[in-house]
Design a protein. Structure first.
Length: 280
């Protein structure tokens, strides 16, 4: 853990920013696919090369990112409006492009508190945008790696009230955590630190959704990354929710999780599952 950011305090200086231009980085790739400009040639080239393997190419990958963002927006609105959640912890944050969690949540409940966590220097450089909050609410940023989840939760507790429910958001994050790094254990420890009534929301790529050559594309993508990219089966994704109560409609293809009434199915199926669950 290299730094923590507290709202409305300026006594600590952020760590020196060193941006790696030798390998693609997940946060910058997400920004590129979302239409942002906080990315570099190495990120764009990695996506473009891996996408050639998939049916639909780059359009499929862009649609996947749009589906994750839309899922997150639906989840946040549901948890704020219907479940009464007022605290969110989003892990593996990318550079913001469009409305992020605090903007969506605070539009419905201005007193909502949100903590973002990221480990990419480019995200740190844009952390000021993640700390903008509506009057009455609070946002914060913790700079740290997902595998450091215990320290992350400890630092987030400076902003969040851990005696009250928190929604833990992991949109696409677990694809970058291997079994050797104990992906399931990371989620279990994070949820174990949260009180009953807390929620977990995950999206995760899978080879179980007619995803033609998904494993091959994932392997090529991982070789171009400064890390790993893991595609899991539906059963392995379901294990992240062990001991939790799934919210209807359960673990489904991401576009099928409470879609808007006017939604239409266009193009190939995005090979990503999504689900939300409550800690009893």
């Amino acid at each position: 853990m290299t730094d923590r950011q507290r709202p409305d305090r300026g006594e600590r200086q952020p760590p020196e920013i060193e941006i790696d231009l030798d390998a693609a980085q997940p946060a910058r790739i997400y920004n590129y696919l979302a239409g942002g400009d906080a990315n570099f040639a190495v990120d764009r080239e990695a996506v473009d090369q891996a996408a050639t393997i998939l049916t639909g190419g780059l359009d499929t990958v862009r649609r996947a990112v749009a589906s994750i963002a839309a899922f997150q927006a639906r989840v946040v609105r549901h948890l704020v409006v219907e479940a009464g959640v007022r605290q969110f912890l989003k892990l593996a944050t990318a550079v913001p492009e469009g409305d992020d969690v605090h903007e969506i949540a605070q539009a419905a409940a201005p007193d909502t508190r949100v903590v973002y966590v990221g480990d990419d220097p480019t995200v740190l450089a844009h952390a000021h945008a993640l700390r903008r909050s509506m009057p009455g609410g609070v946002t914060g940023y913790v700079h740290g790696k997902l595998v450091e989840v215990d320290a992350i939760v400890e630092q987030a507790a400076e902003i969040l009230d851990t005696d009250r429910p928190v929604a833990l958001l992991l949109p696409g994050a677990l694809n970058f955590v291997t079994d050797e790094d104990d992906a399931h254990g990371i989620v279990a420890r994070a949820m174990g630190a949260l009180v009953p009534g807390s929620y977990l929301a995950i999206t995760h790529s899978s080879h179980d959704l007619r995803s033609g050559r998904m494993d091959e594309a994932a392997e090529k993508f991982a070789n171009l990354l400064a890390g790993s990219y893991v595609v899991r089966s539906r059963d392995d994704i379901a294990r992240f929710f062990t001991g939790l109560e799934l919210v209807d409609p359960g673990l489904v293809q991401v576009d099928e999780w409470r879609p808007p009434a006017a939604a239409t199915a266009d193009g190939p199926v995005v090979p990503i599952y999504g689900a939300v669950a409550r800690k009893p």
